[in-house]
Design a protein around this ligand. Sequence first.
Ligand code: AMP
Length: 357
Amino acid sequence: MLPPGSTIGILGGGQLGRMLGLAAAQLGFQVHIYAPDRESVAAQVAARHVQAAWDDEPRLAAFAAACDAMTFEFENVPIDTVRFLSGHVAVRPGAQGLEIAQDRLAEKQFVAGLGGRTAPFAPVPDRAALDTALAELGTPAILKTVRMGYDGKGQARLRTDADADTAWDGIDHHAAILEGFVTFAHEFSVLLVRGIDGETRFWDSSVNVHEGGILATSSLPPPQIVLDQQDEARALMQAIADALDYVGVLTGEFFATDAGPVFNEMAPRVHNSGHWTIEGAVTSQFENHIRAIAGLPLGNTDTAALPVVMHNLIGTSIGTVPSLLADPGAHVHHYGKTEVRQGRKLGHVTWVGTSPA
Ligand code: AMP
């Protein structure tokens, strides 16, 4: 159990690190950020920012020496970095879940191996394999790069076989997987926290709406089909967390379909679809992640009041903050990013126990 005043290191400097840092501060911890980028919105609320490359071993070792425990907020931290740091300080969750989540093929195989239902998939290491995969899965289908895909990037949709060349060019000829297109009623998340002793708690599932591949809104209560499929999805996420001896918050994204919940992907970290828990749950995902990695008792994950709506402020919609602040029910979060770019997540707003006007 880390005593107050201990230092928690966070790898990555974005808004997830910022919100983790705020939660850590509430519990009396110091936060140090390690991120290569010059601008770090996490570092704005942290005691220290080490701006260095992911492979700078002397700087990594010095960073680890100053920390009592470490976690990551960025899913593409190189696995070698996490392994190196693990030799110096407890990194929670460990490298294994991160390594699997960084590789869509390994992730699908891992989850299928645990008995989870996934979209039909086939490996596409090269252009010839795309034809083989199309013959096997048919269309419509989605081609996704194995690595570095997020917020709909590194993906191409194929309506017919004739789209193969365009899709292959669209993902810059990177190693990929082809997924059969899943017809789903809704998308939802399973958000859990698992402690060092294996105790696991779940938050209620939100229904998620994406626009242009980017999460736009998460809300609760979800439709009945999600409520009906939540337990089966939870059982799979529990099996994943147990298999990895996972510590911290783990997120699973699912499709609710006529055949039951279909696992889409997981994130070995706090997640955008869990931002509603800051005001909408007794204990937020950020606080419980810090509690878990610090070896503290986990907090109550009950929903505080319904309905809950979390809406992302993306690109120029950050300009609505002044009017949102005039809404007495709106909890506004501005991430402190200076550059407004299309598709960039710049803030979010949450309503709890009341619907947005
Ligand atoms: P992902 O990066 O895998 O989360 O994909 C981004 C979004 O694309 C998802 O949230 C879904 O809306 C959609 N999507 C991804 N994979 C599939 C699939 N196999 N079938 C249908 N829609 C999908």
